[in-house]
Design a protein around this ligand. Structure first.
Ligand SMILES: [Zn+2]
Length: 58
């Protein structure tokens, strides 16, 4: 069984991948990388653009 650990983006301690909170420094989602956040923001903007496009102009 492979133990998937990742480095905390704040304190660089080894934490379990996908853990909600770093047990060492206490930040939320320590294994989420900046590119994942940008990806999420991109999708939100993309969906908002589609919704805005589809809505009838008043
Ligand atoms: Zn940490």
């Amino acid at each position: 069984m492979e133990n998937q650990n990742k480095e905390c983006r704040n304190c660089h301690s080894e934490v379990t991948k996908g853990v909600g909170r770093c047990p060492y420094c206490g930040i939320l989602n320590p294994t989420i990388e900046l590119k994942d956040i940008f990806k999420t923001i991109f999708w939100v903007l993309f969906i908002m653009a589609i919704v805005t496009y589809l809505l009838p102009k008043s």
